[in-house]
Every structure is written in C-alpha cells, then in structure tokens.
Design a protein around this ligand. Structure first.
Ligand code: C5P
Length: 237
C-alpha cells in the first residue's frame, strides 16, 4: 500500500483529443522535470500493428474489426515490451522496434477495434501502472486521469480547436511521409470521427477529469504551454 501512495506523487497525467499537442508537451515537460514520458496511444497503436501483422489490413477497417473479433485475438498472444532507453519510451514487438510504422493513416483507422476491447485496455493499463511504479512519469492519453491514475494529484486536459488540430496533423503527415497530396478537409473529418469514437467508448472514454486543469493550446506556442504547466505544477508541488 505504501508503494501505491508514493508512486502517485510522481504521476502527471495529460489527457486530450488527437492533435491537441499533448504528446509534444508531455515530452518537453518530462525533459524539463527529469521525468519519463509515456505515450499510451503508442501502445494501443503497437497492439494494432501486432494484430495487423497477424491478420493483415483486409479490405476495410470494418472487415478488419470483424475478423479481429471472430478470431478472438487477445493481447497475451503477442510479445510486446515497453521500456525506457536513454530516457525514451521503446516499444518492441518480438525483436522489432516500433516507431514510424505506428503512425500511418491505415493503422490509425483500425485502432478503434483494439482500443474498444476490454482485454487490450486491461493489458495497456497494467503496462502503464507497472512503469509508473518504477519511474516518475508524465503519461499522455485519453483516460489517464480518469481510469488509469484517478488518484494522481497532477492532471491536465489539453485541448485545441478542430482547425488547429487538423493543421497540426496535416503538417506532421507532410513532414513524415513527404506527401503533398493530402487533403486537409479529409484529415479534419478523420479527426472528428476519432473524437466521436474516443468520447463514446464504453470503457476508457475521453473525458475531462473532474480535478484537471484545462488548457486550450489553439493560440499558444509550445513554450507558452510548457511554462503554463510548469507554473501550475510549481504551485502544487
Ligand atoms: O494519442 P494517439 O492518437 O496516438 O492515440 C491513438 C488511439 O489510441 C486513440 O484514438 C484512441 O482510440 C486510443 N487510445 C485510447 N486510450 C488512450 C490512448 C489512446 O483509447 N489512453
């Protein structure tokens, strides 16, 4: 019990929708404070990648979802490791280190089926809690302050307008994939669809924790957001 109380002193949660900037800020904050950053979305992405490796992309996300359910693929079938190396979160599937392959649009369209599944949610939550017991962490996601670390004292909800979030994702795709034929309106629709799915999930839905500080990053630079968070944290620590 003692460990449990202590470790929650070192857990800072950042929740928010896709493209709100929470991962970028979580990384900066972790560096500034000497904490470790955990990207919980990347773990859901990694399990989605593992399932895709097993059953393929199939013809559509819906068909992928049907086969995933029919074949009862559970997370224990995969050897997925999450750990820190040089202060960075590493996700390894068997011997493969996962990075950019987790960020494609095709994979993103299929995450829903894994993120809606209770076995995967339990598994991811367990991985997150195990890391938080061993390291001081800043953890970003959708349900960090509500489901996974409800007793954390330091909770933030990071938001931004849909226009700003779509623009950020658009720039990310252009930079990462060197593609310039992406339609920003299409990205906006994809984000809106994901917001709907994330907010209406039966367990682990995206919600604002009651005791969270809400920050809208639409008109703020990264450094402004970082300073804002540090100011709030200094008051609380
Ligand atoms: O943050 P990111 O966009 O990488 O998350 C990918 C997806 O993983 C989200 O849209 C959501 O469906 C799922 N997710 C979740 N719970 C979390 C983090 C992510 O369900 N804590």
């Amino acid at each position: 019990m003692e460990i449990k109380n202590n470790y929650l002193e070192k857990v800072i949660t950042l929740d928010g929708p896709a493209g709100s900037g929470k991962s970028t800020i979580a990384k900066m904050l972790a560096k500034e404070m000497g904490y470790y950053h955990i990207d919980s979305g990347a773990i859901y992405r990694a399990y989605t990648y593992a399932v895709i490796k097993k059953i393929g992309y199939l013809n559509s996300p819906e068909e992928f979802g049907d086969v995933f359910l029919k074949e009862k693929i559970n997370p224990e079938q995969f050897s997925l490791q999450v750990y820190f190396e040089n202060d960075t979160q590493i996700i390894k599937l068997d011997t493969e280190i996962l990075n950019e392959q987790l960020r494609t649009r095709e994979l993103t369209e299929r995450i829903k089926y894994i993120a809606d599944n209770i076995s995967y949610r339990y598994k991811v939550n367990q991985i997150l809690r195990d890391l938080a017991v061993r390291y001081p962490v800043i953890v970003d996601g959708r349900d960090m302050g509500t489901e996974v670390f409800p007793e954390s004292r330091y909770k933030f909800y990071i938001d931004a307008s849909i226009e700003v979030r779509a623009k950020r994702r658009y720039e990310e795709y252009i930079q990462n994939y060197k593609k310039n034929h992406i339609d920003i309106e299409e990205i906006k629709k994809e984000i809106q669809k994901r917001d709907e799915q994330d907010k209406n999930r039966k367990i682990g839905a995206l919600k604002i924790p009651e005791d969270a500080i809400i920050i809208d990053t639409s008109n703020l630079t990264r450094n402004m957001v970082l300073n804002l968070l540090l100011t709030y944290l200094q008051k609380k620590f």
